[in-house]
Ligand binder design. Structure first.
Ligand code: TYD
Length: 137
């Protein structure tokens, strides 16, 4: 059952044998999503955070390929925080949310599938501006 309000969990199936690990996520249950870009974040120093911005149109899917980190998302009133761990669930984030990535383990690798090419105009870097955009946009 999906108890998340904003984030949609994506199950990851694990195959383990003497040859190593194989992890698979089927995306057919996610809202129409075409991956136009991927990026990945790694080697985040202890105590550093990433993100801290909103996106107007961009939809994203997050996975931890290694280690773990926390993803917090909000529309300005509802806040949701999940921990992403290697070999565990990914999360789909719809368009129009603010997001923060924190508590990275040393070995964490965060993979993001993005629905659009990089567009600086889609970012909102000020939380106050994000709230104004949410309320009046
Ligand atoms: P930034 O948005 O600060 O990364 P994060 O969300 O992980 O904190 O991006 C860092 C720099 O990388 C910034 O100058 C913009 C650039 N960038 C691209 O050119 N293309 C991309 O797809 C992304 C995600 C960032």
């Amino acid at each position: 059952m999906n108890t998340q309000v904003i984030l949609e969990p994506i199950d990851v199936e694990n195959f383990r044998d003497h040859r190593g690990n194989l992890d698979i996520a089927e995306l057919q249950f996610v809202e129409k999503f075409e991956t136009k870009r991927i990026y990945y974040i790694s080697t985040v120093p202890a105590g550093q955070s990433r993100g801290a911005h909103g996106h107007k149109e961009l939809k994203q899917i997050f996975f931890a390929l290694a280690g773990k980190f926390e993803l917090t998302v909000t529309d300005g009133s509802v806040f949701e925080t999940v921990e992403l761990k290697a070999h565990d669930k990914g999360y789909f984030l719809p368009a129009g949310y603010w997001r923060d990535l924190k508590e990275f383990s040393n070995d964490a690798v965060c993979l993001v599938l993005a629905s659009e090419h990089y567009d600086e105009g889609d970012y909102i870097y000020s939380y106050d501006e994000f709230l104004r955009w949410k309320n009046h946009g």
